[in-house]
Write a new protein. Sequence first.
Length: 139
Amino acid sequence: MPDTALPSVLFVCIHNAGRSQMAAAFLTHLAGDRVQVRSAGSAPADSVNPAVVAAMAEVGIDVSAETPKVLTVEAVQASDVVITMGCGDSCPVFPGKRYLDWQLADPAGQGIEAVRPIRNEIEERVRGLINEIASADGR
């Protein structure tokens, strides 16, 4: 990766309506323009989970306008780090990419009370990821 290129992260979960949307929103919010952020799903839902929208609003992050996106080979190829959250074998693997699998509870069908601890764990993991990227990148 050239020094001028921003590190890029792709978050993937099945529906791209919960965990990956929260992770992408936290990374965008916390890292700003220091990281290129993408999210996608192997079987995207029609919209972001309303409990996820509400839980993120509680911490001052608006994801109400986000739309679940389908996972593409191009999105994986364009990313330095690919973080899966339950999509299993449907994620294409390419050499030279860093793959992480975050085992997180699925917020699908859950109320906000169940989504809050998932949101908090995602925020903690994203903060750790930012520190890792910053140290590896010298930023």
